[in-house]
Design a protein around this ligand. Sequence first.
Ligand code: ADP
Ligand code: MG
Length: 623
Amino acid sequence: MALIPVNIKDGTLKKNEIIVGIDLGTTNSLIAIIDRETNKPIVISTNDYELLVPSIVYLGKNQNPLIGNKARKYLVEEPQNTIFSVKRLMGKSYKDVAENHTIKSYKIIDDNTESLVKIEVDGKFYTPVELSSFILKELKNQAESKLNVQITKAVITVPAYFNDSQRQATRDAGKLAGLDVLRIINEPTAASLAYGIGIAEGEQKIIAVYDLGGGTFDISILKITDGIFEVLSTNGDTNLGGDDFDEEIVKFWLKKYFINNDISNSKNDLQKLRLIAENAKILLSKTNSFFVEYDYKNQKIKLELSIDEFEGLINNLVEKTIKSCETAMKDANLKNSDIDEIILVGGSTRVNLVKEKVKQFFNKSELHDKLNPDETVALGAAIEADILAGNRKDILLLDVTPLSLGIETMGELMDVIIPRNSKVPQSVAKQYTTSKDGQKNLRISIYQGERDKVSFNRKLGEFNLSGIPAMPAGLPKIEISFMLDADGILKVKAKELRSGIEQKIEVKPQYGLTDEELEKMLLDSLVNAKNDVEYRSLQEAKTEAEQLIYTTQRFIEKNKNELSDIEIQQSNKFVEVLNTALKTDNKNEILKAHEALNHFTKPFAERLMDKAIAFAVKGKKIE
Ligand code: ADP
Ligand code: MG
């Protein structure tokens, strides 16, 4: 029997219930289920010709967001209102994206802090979680109208390299879309399940999953032992994919046919050319040449591309992916002959040159490429969902923790440290910091449950970490570790890493908790998901605003001799506006005033940046 972790203690699961598998992609997203007649996974859609939902959200004036193909045309018409590739921003802070700011068509707020990024469209602020939830909701609606049942449970995939906060953001997006996210699984793991690898008893394998999508490339090396997937290494390029192939074709045609024309100045014409280039690329995975007559300014231009020309254009890009494979193999400490199976994932692996180069590099004559590469991950997610639904008798279930465990952070928010359905034993550590200068004591409160406001969850215990040496706000590094052992005992340790002081506590999360209570807690979290996310984002906005006011005032106080009167007066005015906004409890007002104050003070804050004062808000504040 293979071991796959499952939530056997989850009282809300009903037999044969539909749980969907979702691939929330950078370029395209899909939803899949197990077809009960054939027992095979299938992608579902209301329109059989459009199985993929492009991961695009159009936020037009006074209307509901448009998703997918309906949003696509606005990429050209209203780029500032049309969000694509939001997956790149999931769980990222401003600092994370600052260095790597490739998306320029819509507005990502520029604020040099460690708080999570927001996107501004027409005076409204959206988080990547909200935007992703629009895509998930579209997929959910699509499946519901096709299957004619309500869908509330899902497995969602993420890249293997996603960190905790990116995974948490994906969970939150699911919850906001009205989905109980039973598990977040790695895309390469899903791909492997789709090919039936990793399910058999006693199976031991090392596999390479090569995933080339629209805008990203990932290589993951996994070790499978009895149904447990271990990531040995990952590598890749978050800015390399099929879109770059299209771009090369466009450049080639521009040089060849439009040398004396002004086409490269027209966004619309360029976008059209890009779509033709994508078609050419797609056709060339089945034929040897492509041509089309292109109407341009009353003349017909014959655009041509042969397979040799195409392969010449993309050769360097494909070579780059092979370099990543090389690094991943080195990092995993493996020789090419150690790899048992290779799986191809992502629409761009349909390109013949890609297949050849991968075969060549790994020195294999066969690859797993029989499934549609853009569906593989979603199909695997549906298989995992089926396992969770208890429909696969051959799989032994491991013990998992039925409710999330975490601590209280500023604004009475629950910060999850061990997510529900994590397998036991489990050990996780996260870092936090302080919000006020010279803070010497911290109260750590431990909670269990799925709600965003701690008072709706179960309190398991609390303790004080005292004797922290006086330091400016944001400087202490407090590491909280949760260790949940196989007997269900949770050991919590808090340690201030600079001074080394620490404190511990032990609690029993499941003690006194009945199945009915557990079921109610899970149900409540889904029913209240929207309120909860609103509460959380308001609290986070307030905390960040209060922090900015605090640091601005401290900054002015400390540097008043270096600042002009105008700078001080204006800053105080912006602080006042922010203070007024805080009283409204209106998230958009607060964010707008925050942005205004930040924008105004940034130039002179940078000018005077006093290293001892952490002007930027750093990390999550416990108190
Ligand atoms: P993501 O995982 O990034 O969401 P997908 O796996 O859906 O992306 O891949 C999308 C990419 O696959 C696009 O660049 C698309 O042009 C490309 N693609 C789809 N079909 C083909 C094909 N037949 N030949 C070459 N590229 C293709
Ligand atoms: Mg993908």
